[in-house]
Design a binder for this molecule. Structure first.
Ligand SMILES: Cc1cc2nc3c(=O)[nH]c(=O)nc-3n(C[C@H](O)[C@H](O)[C@H](O)COP(=O)(O)OP(=O)(O)OC[C@H]3O[C@@H](n4cnc5c(N)ncnc54)[C@H](O)[C@@H]3O)c2cc1C
Length: 476
């Protein structure tokens, strides 16, 4: 019998797993997909928000500001890139100036440090490529950017290093209350656990209904994006938001932590919790909308587009509590934006709930806080590269030319705890296929390495799990 079963291995489930793995608990993290972070966590703006957006007094406000302050430490411990680049909310007329002043006041109430309202000249000194019509901006230096799926993978690896059992390709299909806990039915096995933590993203409402708790609904809202090549990554240096209006928050423009440019999202209510398709009209809408703040984005440098689903709660705020219908069952639901930013604080909040309902949690003496560092070949100096290649010649073989990723790095991420099993799994961990050619050159070579390292036939290697086979038959 497990002490804790966590459903869903997105950024929330993995943060919770890592936090609880500090304690003497038998934990299982269950994910229906073939990899960690395959839900909303792989498709968002990747901004660690400063925290001025949410209504004061809400869980969103409290956990965003606290979560933001926790990012430096956790990203250092887990060797995940995080850059505190700061954000601007841009005003282009007096009405928008009024709205950024309101954001400033809200930020003060929420405890956001060091914000400033800047005038046109002060902004232009920091950002050269903004629209001429800007008149002012809210500057929040504590905003940052991170790679959400690299962080989730690192958290899962660290939780596994600390004894958490992680099962992929296991969909929870039913939950039954037992006298001393719960029975979780999955498509491939059944387990028993004392406590359940529901971190199932857009499916959190469906999971909650399994134990008879219908007190909230999770409604999917799709957001689409354009990703531009690194040649466009320097167009802006900060996260550039538009001032919120009655029509929404507008489209943001931001560098990514790996040096690309991200433009989006739009907002569209949909019914299908699996529909992450991008559409030509919405991508065109995003491109037009971005002109309000940033001039001349070279959209001919677009390398891909993607969409993510916001898990919009019917209650309006994060739902993080023990279910009133089922003791020992904790919902962590409705974790829409700023869920990524709040995630480290959400994990501590969940730990406190568990501590209260279980009576006590005993800290492990031998918790491993740091992940084995990741070698990023391209970031080494010439001498370091030479030494590394001498030690392991696989670091001398470039597999992805666009991103300069070596065979050594790919082999490493396949063989780590919670290692990559698919072409996209490798791509999300070390980036072959993230560059201009989007895997046209390196894709087949990544498949060969996966097949060799996993002891599989190359025909068995999938793009992203399930039936996403790439090869159908041998030609030679
Ligand atoms: C367009 C967009 C932009 C955003 N931008 C930002 C931003 O810039 N900053 C920010 O802080 N936040 C942002 N967010 C919010 C942030 O992305 C989310 O809060 C966060 O990713 C939620 O993580 P999660 O772990 O709750 O959900 P998910 O990542 O969706 O994880 C849930 C997991 O549960 C699994 N699961 C579901 N059902 C089952 C089942 N029955 N059995 C087993 N497993 C199951 C799923 O497969 C999935 O992997 C944005 C969101 C969107 C959509």
């Amino acid at each position: 019998m497990y002490d804790v079963a966590i459903i869903g291995a997105g950024i929330i489930g993995t943060f919770v797993a890592r936090e609880l793995s500090r304690y003497d608990l038998k934990i299982i993290l269950i994910e229906k997909d073939t990899d960690i972070a395959n839900g909303t966590t792989k498709a968002n703006s990747a901004v660690v928000h400063a925290g001025y957006d949410a209504e004061p007094g809400t869980l969103k406000a409290k956990l965003n500001v606290l979560g933001n302050s926790m990012f430096d430490k956790v990203c250092e411990e887990l060797d995940v890139p995080f850059k505190r680049i700061g954000s601007f909310v841009i005003a282009t007329d007096e009405e928008e100036m009024k709205s950024i002043k309101e954001l400033y006041e809200r930020g003060i109430k929420n405890g956001v440090p060091n914000m400033k309202i800047l005038n046109r000249d002060e902004i232009k000194a920091k950002e050269k490529n903004l629209n001429e019509e800007i008149i002012g901006a809210l500057y929040a230096p504590t905003a940052g950017i991170v790679c959400p799926w690299e962080l989730a993978v690192a958290l899962a690896e660290n939780a596994a290093d600390n004894g958490t059992k992680i099962v992929l390709d296991r969909k929870v299909t039913d939950i039954r209350k037992k006298e001393d806990g719960y029975c979780l039915y999955m498509d491939k096995e059944t387990i028993e656990t004392k406590y359940v933590i529901n971190c199932a993203g857009v499916y959190a409402g469906e999971i909650s209904k399994m134990i008879g708790d219908n007190t909230f609904e999770i409604l999917p809202r799709r957001g689409q994006y354009n990703v531009l090549d690194k040649s466009a990554g320097n167009i802006v240096k900060h996260v550039i938001f538009q001032a919120p209006t009655e029509y929404g928050k507008g489209v943001l423009v931001t560098p990514t932590v790996h040096g690309n440019l991200l433009v989006g999202p739009d907002a569209e209510d949909i019914n299908d919790r699996e529909n992450t398709a991008t559409t030509r009209d919405r991508i065109e809408f995003i491109r037009q909308a971005s002109k309000k703040t940033v001039k001349s984005i070279p959209f001919n440098a677009t390398i891909t587009s993607f969409a993510g689903l916001r898990a919009r709660p019917s209650t309006g705020d994060f739902i993080i509590e023990e279910s009133k219908k089922a003791p020992g069952f904790i919902n962590v639901a409705g974790i829409e934006s700023p869920g990524l930013s709040a995630a480290p604080a959400i994990a501590e909040y969940v730990k406190d709930i568990l501590k209260e309902i279980s009576g006590a949690l005993k800290e492990k003496q031998n918790f491993i806080s740091n992940r084995r560092p990741v070698i990023r070949f391209v970031e080494l100096n010439d001498e370091e590269k030479e030494q590394l290649i001498k030690k392991d010649p696989r670091y001398g073989r470039i597999i992805c030319r666009c991103e300069s990723i070596t065979e050594g790095e790919i082999v490493d991420v396949i063989n780590r705890n919670v290692g990559a099993r698919t072409v996209d799994g490798v791509k999300r961990r070390v980036r072959p296929g993230m560059g201009r050619c989007q895997g046209g050159f390196c894709g087949p070579r990544v498949m060969e390495i996966l097949a060799r390292e996993l002891g599989k036939e190359i025909m068995e290697i999938t793009k992203d799990g399930k039936d996403s086979y790439i090869l159908t038959s041998k030609t030679k």
